[in-house]
Design a protein. Structure first.
Length: 125
């Protein structure tokens, strides 16, 4: 593996948690292994590993971008990650309010619904 992959895996574990990454790794097949390597190196080993902005800010940006582009399937995972990135619930709400103004109320509304569900799950556990 490359240094970027090793760095990416460490950041991925730091942000998403060992349990999540272990499940993803166990589910990896020859079909999606190249894709998993790509996102580990590019997303986690490059973008998330950069020291240009904090994990908290990167977390909020990621959530806002996911909501703004309608990529709702990744939002729950990144809401759970806020427990490790330092983004507060207020930060998440602020990010989704920006989405409402700049990308559309329906997308922000859907993202907030997901956030409420995930935060409730987190509170219950």
């Amino acid at each position: 593996m490359t240094d970027r992959y090793t760095t990416g895996m460490a950041i991925r574990r730091r942000v998403l948690g060992d349990a999540h990454v272990d499940r993803a790794e166990a589910a990896k097949t020859p079909l999606d292994a190249p894709f998993q390597e790509l996102i580990t190196e590019a997303a986690w080993g490059t973008v998330w590993a950069s020291d240009g902005i904090s994990l908290r800010d990167r977390s909020m940006l990621t959530l806002a971008l996911l909501a703004a582009t309608g990529n709702f399937e990744e939002i729950a995972m990144h809401i759970r990650a806020t427990a490790r990135t330092g983004a507060s619930r207020r930060d998440v709400i602020e990010a989704f309010q920006h989405v409402a103004i700049y990308a559309g109320v329906p997308r922000a509304n859907r993202a907030l619904k997901i956030a409420k569900e995930v935060f409730a799950e987190m509170d219950a556990s």
